[in-house]
Design a binder for this molecule. Sequence first.
Ligand SMILES: [Cu+2]
Length: 119
Amino acid sequence: MTLLNAAPMGVALFLNACSGALAAPPSADASIGAEPIYEREVTIEKFAFRPAEITVKAGTVVTWRNLDETPHAIVSDDFKSEMFDADETFSHTYAKLGTFPYVCGVHPAHMKGRVIVTP
Ligand SMILES: [Cu+2]
């Protein structure tokens, strides 16, 4: 007779343990989702930046993707990339407000672009 009483008790404890374990993760996910991450991509194609001018919010990660067979590089007043080859990328985070021109370090005379950073 005591065995019949013991079984439901065990099931109840098991369910409580499960719901307790499931309760924690959703709140953790919500705090991660609260901070948006801005990303923009500029492609390098036929020795040109496309688009040559972009406007982004402060904190945006801009990624240049080289679609040419030739290596290119991004050179700005604030930073300078290594040369990167076909299908490779280089990323820079624009934290400060302003207008930031850049050129290709390999072909500076005719490969120019700029990033405008707004609040
Ligand atoms: Cu170039």
